[in-house]
Design a protein around this ligand. Structure first.
Ligand SMILES: NC(=O)c1ccc[n+]([C@@H]2O[C@H](COP(=O)([O-])OP(=O)(O)OC[C@H]3O[C@@H](n4cnc5c(N)ncnc54)[C@H](OP(=O)(O)O)[C@@H]3O)[C@@H](O)[C@H]2O)c1
Length: 268
């Protein structure tokens, strides 16, 4: 799909992957609307990538707010020529399930799943009027592999993957394409010190957000509706679908290390 001159609403642009996505999409000639809780936070990013700050729009959007539908409708009124949404905003929670704070679990489900779905469906009528439109959902390897210590996050990303698949099939004979892209661990503020140390102890690869953004944009440009980033994560995703007991055994070996870092997280 051609990106030049497409009007794209991007969430999560104050974050690591979203920031890199904004730069790459702008470089390729897309017209950006950056949406987030504090639109002023986009000022430095806009100043960095663009000589004419007015050429990048900003919008207020809090995916955890009960008003997310109204916020989305305000965006569609202001931008009736919207061609694409990139749902990149998200939050993580590394915690043993028994001690996961209920309010954080609730907020995580609101941001990663409920708010993202409500935003998407509110903007869908606008997208369906465009000759070539797209919805890009940023999931995770943990949207295909249930991983200890990330139960609520996994639930949200499994949900987002299911939503993306159903929507892609529902819109298959429309002008709107649906993409689901699943990064593996990436070096951003989303992963706190305990998660970073755990990844190092387990030898898990951690990607650069710029490389992740480039792969996501490449998938859109090449009309690749599903992208799982990283090897051997791709293989584990496949194996978990076919023979989950093999992945059960591999994760059982990792469990003592994961539990060590869950304890460290709980104490911090
Ligand atoms: N980093 C990884 O290891 C990794 C791996 C796989 C998948 N992913 C996925 O990649 C995406 C981007 O992650 P990242 O690593 O770039 O995360 P990040 O650096 O922590 O950024 C998260 C972004 O989400 C926004 N956000 C959080 N709560 C929000 C809310 N209530 N309303 C609107 N925006 C909100 C944040 O905005 P504020 O500035 O307002 O907080 C920020 O822009 C996420 O969907 C994540 O699940 C990340």
């Amino acid at each position: 799909m051609q990106l030049r001159d497409k009007k794209i609403l991007l969430t999560g642009a104050t974050g690591g992957i979203g920031n890199a996505l904004a730069k790459t999409l702008h470089f390729l000639g897309a017209k950006l609307i950056l949406a987030g809780r504090a639109p002023d936070a986009f000022k430095s990013l806009i100043a960095e990538i663009c000589v004419n700050p007015a050429s990048i729009a900003v919008a207020h959007l809090d995916l955890a707010s009960p008003d997310v539908n109204e916020q989305a409708l305000a965006i569609s009124r202001e931008h009736p020529d919207l061609d694409m949404i990139v749902n990149c905003a998200g939050m993580n929670l590394f915690s043993a399930s028994a001690s996961a704070p209920a309010d954080e679990v609730s907020r995580l489900l609101d941001v990663n799943l409920k708010g993202t779905i409500l935003l998407t469906q509110a903007l869908l009528p606008t997208l369906m009027k465009r000759p070539q439109a797209a919805i890009v959902n940023v999931g995770s390897t943990f949207g295909s592999i249930g991983y200890p210590g990330f139960a609520a996050y996994c639930a949200s990303k499994f949900g987002l993957r299911g939503y993306s698949e159903a929507l892609r099939r529902e819109l298959a004979n429309s002008s709107v394409r649906v993409f689901y892209v699943a990064p593996r661990a990436t070096a951003t503020a989303m992963n706190d010190v305990a998660v970073q140390e755990m990844n190092a102890a387990l030898g898990n690869a951690v990607d650069d957000p710029v490389a992740v953004a480039e792969q996501i944009v490449c998938a859109i440009a090449r009309d690749r509706s599903k992208l799982f980033i990283g090897w051997p994560e791709k293989l584990f995703v496949f194996m978990n679908g076919m023979m989950s007991s093999v992945v059960d055994k591999a994760l059982l070996k990792q469990l003592p290390v994961i539990q060590r870092f869950l304890l460290k997280e709980a104490k911090s």
